[in-house]
Write a protein that binds this ligand. Structure first.
Ligand code: MG
Length: 249
């Protein structure tokens, strides 16, 4: 069942997602060669607590950290570590969520570490733009898979591939609500979008093949071919006129 949110609930989710966006912006500003992914995790947690929010991922299904930090071929759910030191030319995906006044916020960005090569830059840009292409379809009256199709067509036209194993999701009083939102598929299918739906749309895009596998830690998803992957996510409220991106500053 899809929970439709009242304007009052969306107002709280606006706050929750603004907190996420502010923290991601602060983490992004700190990314330089030489720092560890654990440093970013600890900073994210501190910044959330300072804003009276709780990191949403810590303890979620047993995930031990506040932040998912996925470097290079890591797709999602990368585990922060003191030993993982960022190097010039890496790319890092930061996925962060909070619980604020009983509602969840969730967003992700991919950031270059120092100077990266042109293909890495192109992958990051295409992934971010594919998110906005998807969001543009998140309007009342469209079908769910119109979002999916817009993301897939944009990405594949640029020679990149869409991860199939992970999907976007409804969000509200739970981190993962109905519906699931694949980042691929034919248009015109699935539920009709309605005012009051809040969707976390999150394309995960690979430079090479689309396949992924999970490392022995049980969490970290990496590309099978070990080529780079990027990830962007926004939580978006559907309203009568246009999609409202809750997790954008
Ligand atoms: Mg999400």
């Amino acid at each position: 069942m899809i929970h439709l949110k009242s304007p009052q609930e969306i107002a709280v989710m606006r706050d929750a997602n603004r907190i996420v966006a502010e923290i991601l912006a602060e983490l992004k500003a700190r990314i330089i060669p030489g720092i560890s992914t654990m440093y970013l995790n600890e900073l994210a947690e501190r910044l959330a607590v300072k804003r009276r929010a709780r990191p949403a991922f810590k303890g979620y299904n047993g995930f031990p950290y506040a932040l998912c930090a996925s470097v290079n071929e890591e797709v999602v759910h990368g585990m922060p570590s003191r030993k993982r030191i960022l190097r010039e030319g890496d790319i890092i995906s930061l996925d962060f969520g909070v619980i604020y006044r009983d509602y969840y916020g969730d967003a992700a960005i991919t950031v270059p570490v120092g100077k990266v090569d042109d293909t890495s830059e192109a992958l990051i840009q295409a992934t971010e733009e594919s998110l906005y292409q998807g969001i543009a379809q998140a309007v009342t009256g469209n079908r769910l898979s119109d979002i999916s199709h817009a993301i897939q067509s944009y990405v594949e036209a640029r020679g990149f591939s869409v991860v199939r194993e992970f999907v976007g999701h409804g969000i509200g009083r739970s981190l993962h609500e109905s519906p699931q939102i694949p980042n691929y598929g034919a248009p015109g299918l699935g539920v009709r979008l309605k005012t009051g739906m809040v969707l976390a749309i999150e394309p995960m895009i690979n430079r090479g093949e689309s396949g992924v596998e999970i490392l022995a830690d049980g969490w970290t998803a990496v590309t099978k071919d070990r080529q780079l992957s990027a990830h962007f996510e926004h939580s978006v409220a559907i309203s009568d006129n246009r999609p409202e991106i809750l997790s954008r500053l």
